[in-house]
Ligand binder design. Structure first.
Ligand code: GUN
Length: 296
């Protein structure tokens, strides 16, 4: 079997187009422009690239982008004061504090200071609890993107065996909650799981989010399964820099029914879902109906 390649780049472009259409309508009908505030503390080169891309994408869909770049030595009190101002600002519907923060800042304290209704990352402890109890919440962007692609490919996910490899708060755990919400039978596997290959091989849906290059190989994939590769690992091969996922693509694609590539799979969906979450937050803040197909 040769797997169908799930084109995340095209999917994300479609999500962004849907968001842009909703934004245009909100502006025309209600005079409301959704606004996203992104806070970057320090000079981490990767974070700077992410923030730049987020800004460009936000503008592209017609939203307001508020960028706050603070020096690495910013005090916790100053950062919390900025978050308080953004929480109180009616033009700001979504707030994202780029992680990782410099070591002297307490990430949990900072994230939990964000108004949960504006927490477009879905990292606030209230949103984690709401998601875990099946209530309306803000959902972390990467797992939301994976869910959208899975629903698009399969329609209903009910009754499917889903295995999530990885137990991070950002991807693994919320991904498992979302799949459970769609009535999958869910297993969370991780680095200490016994017989990982055998566990993975039971999966109709296999989500790899471990952060280890090409760890999931074709012999661990059930024939016909859908493989979602969340990993983005920079490696060097044959003297060249290369981007690979957590899945060994060629061997897995030979067995799977469908697979996301790296790059061009899950990656582009993260920013698209950040924009979708900002739109959702804006609609909720204004008592308007949420955009269909762009939420969990
Ligand atoms: N750093 C890397 N990815 C993310 C993300 O999705 N959200 C935030 N806030 N920081 C990140």
């Amino acid at each position: 079997m040769t797997a169908k390649v799930i084109d995340g780049k095209a999917f994300a472009a479609n999500v962004r187009a849907q968001v842009a259409e909703h934004v245009a309508k909100l502006k025309a009908d209600k005079g409301i422009t959704p606004g996203l505030a992104v806070v970057l503390v320090g000079e981490d080169p990767a974070s700077k690239v992410y923030v730049k891309n987020k800004h460009a994408s936000t503008i592209e869909v017609g939203m307001e982008s508020f960028e706050h770049r603070l020096p690495a030595e910013t005090s916790e009190a100053d950062l919390l004061a900025l978050i308080d101002r953004l929480n109180a600002d009616p033009a700001v519907h979504g707030i994202l504090v780029q992680l990782p923060l410099p070591k002297h800042l307490d990430s949990e304290l900072v994230i939990n200071r964000i108004d949960p209704a504006k927490d477009v990352d879905g990292f606030h402890i209230s949103n984690v609890g709401l998601l875990g109890t099946g209530q309306k919440s803000m959902v972390p962007c990467t797992p939301l993107g994976c869910l959208m692609m899975l629903r698009d490919h399969h329609g209903s996910l009910a009754g499917m065996n889903a295995v999530v490899v990885g137990r991070s708060n950002i991807v693994g755990k919320p991904m498992a909650q979302l799949l459970l919400g769609d009535s999958c039978t869910v297993t969370i596997a991780h680095s200490r799981t016994k017989d990982l290959a055998e566990v993975c091989k039971r999966a109709d849906i296999l989500v790899a989010a471990v952060g280890r290059p090409e760890m999931i190989t074709g012999d661990m994939v059930k024939p016909g399964a859908t493989v979602i590769d969340v990993g983005i690992n920079r490696i060097e091969r044959d003297g060249k820099a290369k981007l690979v996922g957590d899945v060994h693509y060629d061997s897995a694609a030979a067995v799977a029914g469908a697979i996301t590539p790296v790059p061009g799979g899950v990656g582009p969906m993260t920013i698209a879902c950040l924009l979708a979450n900002t739109l959702t937050a804006c609609c909720r803040a204004n008592g308007l109906a949420e955009p269909k197909g762009l939420t969990a």
